[in-house]
Design a protein around this ligand. Structure first.
Ligand code: SF4
Ligand code: SF4
Ligand code: SF4
Length: 576
């Protein structure tokens, strides 16, 4: 497996895709981790989750208009998680964390015009990346429209504390600055990049100030116009109101563009996952009971600690893991197929392979159930087979790994056991009964009875072939053994006049159909049910009084006709 194949495998498993809430949050707050912490009563840990993603967390967590809630997977199961209210509860009930990490100075300077949420977010992100940042604004204190919010929603001391934190991080604030075109021109000549917030330099007849009136005037990815040194953001919505999270997202996007521009990187490359984006994560909810959203007893005060815990406990901790839930093998190795693909890839670099990884590669039963339940149809069986073939090619397959199956196959194909002949006295045959090595080995008497029955009831003569279909060679990654086995089968089939193969074993049938689609093959059970009937056609004595479980083999998963034939035969025998 090379790197690009690994990437292909990894892309098929969506377990590491973000939950819907996180993908819908323009700042990608890890809502799932936040909910887990709140539900566990660990409010300080929950605040750390917010502080990892949010600029000015004390402010933003109080006022965010929470687009994440509309995306919450719980929305039709009692209502979306109250993310906004819980974030507010969290920052109200815990002290702010330490000063965020600021990278060493890069020796470049950025100017921010305006001091609303968008501008302060841009300043927050830029100073953390090591840029010298000065915020220029016309008013006597920073905050812009934040200062007009009702005090219970955003107390002035909370805003002041975040501004003080920005200052501690190294941001310089210049109040009472007239923001004119001339001033803009002067900061542009002084600084390496400039951000202009909507409303900075506003006049009575131009509310947007130095910023374009509409977002449509700028590149939606970079928030720059033709000149990449100048960035804009913070427009109000169509109703004229400011969305806190959109303003913060604009500030972050602009800061990212400024950083790219100042460090000589592409302004546009690999930015698809910035801001809100779709997620491929699928979380099965069919068995999740609805639980109504918690409403605080005192809606003005918000959640109490107990109410917050109860509300956060409704979170489904969205993830996939559908395959791990149904497969003991996948569960045992404490990961999921994406991580297993990485382990297999890394294992290939170790001279003899790691014992644990080798065991894992060779332990999948190749049943294919994971593929059935996986939203991305990830085939662990194909991944394991690829890894096994790779181990064989590199001489790393432990000899003991498939010793039993390969010896069994060799024995079955040996001169002592293998057989391919037409019916007595004939050169060719119209049908070839192929019981497979297991049935022939375990119940040779029944093979004889069935063969006689087929010969008595099928037209055109019935031959028989004993031997292996070659599947163990494929399971062991020994493609040359599998190919040799199929070649023997084909030679026998040609010699016997290209008969229709009647296979008793679902795995033999599947192997033949997949590897030699030109050889007509059908399951014995369909022939018995639809063409020859059962020997004697009589119900079994006492069959109706016994419980019987039918286990369809994995290899018949996509063969509903054979499955139906087995049930049909049982009902004819009196099993209900
Ligand atoms: S409430 Fe706002 S900041 Fe928090 S996760 Fe939702 S969108 Fe993001
Ligand atoms: S249930 Fe929890 S993890 Fe899932 S989308 Fe909602 S908040 Fe996010
Ligand atoms: S079912 Fe398994 S392989 Fe498929 S996406 Fe989910 S975790 Fe990954």
């Amino acid at each position: 497996m090379d790197q690009s194949e690994l990437r292909d495998w990894e892309a098929r498993c969506i377990q590491e895709e973000p939950p819907a809430c996180r993908a819908a949050c323009p700042l990608h707050v890890d809502v799932r981790a936040f909910m887990e912490a709140v539900a566990a009563g660990k409010t300080a840990a929950a605040r750390k989750v917010l502080e990892r993603a949010m600029p000015l967390p004390g402010v933003l967590a109080r006022i965010c208009d929470h687009p994440c809630e509309a995306a919450c997977v719980r929305r039709d199961l009692g209502g979306p998680l109250a993310v906004g209210d819980l974030e507010r509860f969290c920052v109200k009930s815990t002290p702010a964390g330490p000063k965020p990490l600021v990278l060493p100075a890069k020796g470049r300077r950025a100017a921010v015009l305006g001091a609303g949420l968008c501008a302060l977010t841009a300043a927050w992100d830029l100073v953390r990346k090591g840029y010298g940042v000065a915020v220029h604004f016309q008013e006597d204190a920073p905050g812009g429209w934040l200062r007009g919010l009702p005090e219970p929603l955003l107390p002035p001391d909370v805003l002041a504390a975040e501004v003080a934190m920005l200052a501690r991080m190294g941001v310089a604030f210049a109040a009472g600055q007239e923001l004119s075109q001339a001033f803009l021109a002067s900061v542009r000549s002084d600084c390496d990049a400039v951000f202009v917030e909507y409303g900075a330099g506003a006049t009575p007849d131009r509310a947007c100030g130095l910023c374009p009136a509409s977002r449509d005037a700028v590149d939606p990815v970079t928030l720059a116009m033709a000149d990449p040194g100048l960035f804009f953001g913070g427009w109000p919505g169509p109703d004229g109101a400011f969305s806190p999270i959109s303003c913060a997202a604009d500030g972050r996007r602009a800061a990212s563009g400024m950083d790219r521009g100042m460090s000589g990187a592409s302004l546009t490359a690999s930015r698809e996952k910035e801001g809100a984006h779709p997620t491929r994560l699928v979380t099965r909810t069919t068995e999740v009971p609805p639980v109504p959203r918690m409403v605080p007893a005192d809606t003005r005060a918000g959640f109490t600690a107990a109410e917050a815990v109860a509300e956060a406990a409704r979170c489904l901790s969205c993830e996939c893991l559908e395959c791990v839930k149904i497969c003991a093998y996948l569960e045992r190795y404490q990961g999921y197929p994406k991580t297993y693909a990485r382990r297999f890839y890394n294992n290939a670099a170790i001279v003899k392979g790691n014992h644990q990884a080798n065991k894992m590669i060779n332990s999948c039963s190749l049943c294919g159930l994971c593929t059935e339940v996986c939203p991305g149809s990830f085939s662990m069986a194909d991944l394991c087979l690829t890894a096994r073939r790779d181990m064989v090619e590199r001489g790393k397959m432990p000899p003991s790994a498939f010793e039993f199956a390969l010896l069994d196959m060799a024995e079955s194909d040996s001169e002592a056991c293998a057989l391919a002949m037409p019916g007595p006295g004939a050169e060719t045959c119209g049908h070839l009964f192929f019981p497979g090595c297991q049935l022939a080995g375990a119940s040779p008497d029944k093979v004889g009875l069935v063969y006689d029955h087929l010969r008595d009831n099928l037209p055109g003569g019935v031959g028989i072939r004993l031997g292996c279909c070659g599947a163990p060679g494929r399971w062991a990654g020994r493609e040359e053994l599998f190919a040799a086995s199929m070649a023997r089968f084909r030679a026998d089939w040609e010699r016997l006049g290209r008969p229709r193969v009647v296979a008793a074993c679902a795995t033999c049938l599947k192997t033949l159909v997949e590897a030699a689609p030109d050889i007509p093959a059908v399951s014995l059970w369909r022939v018995l049910a639809g063409e020859t009937g059962l020997p004697g056609n009589a119900p079994l004595a006492g069959a109706g009084s016994r419980a019987l479980a039918v286990h369809d083999p994995c290899s018949s998963r996509h063969d509903p006709q054979s499955q139906a034939a087995v049930r049909d035969l049982l009902s004819r025998l009196g099993v209900t």
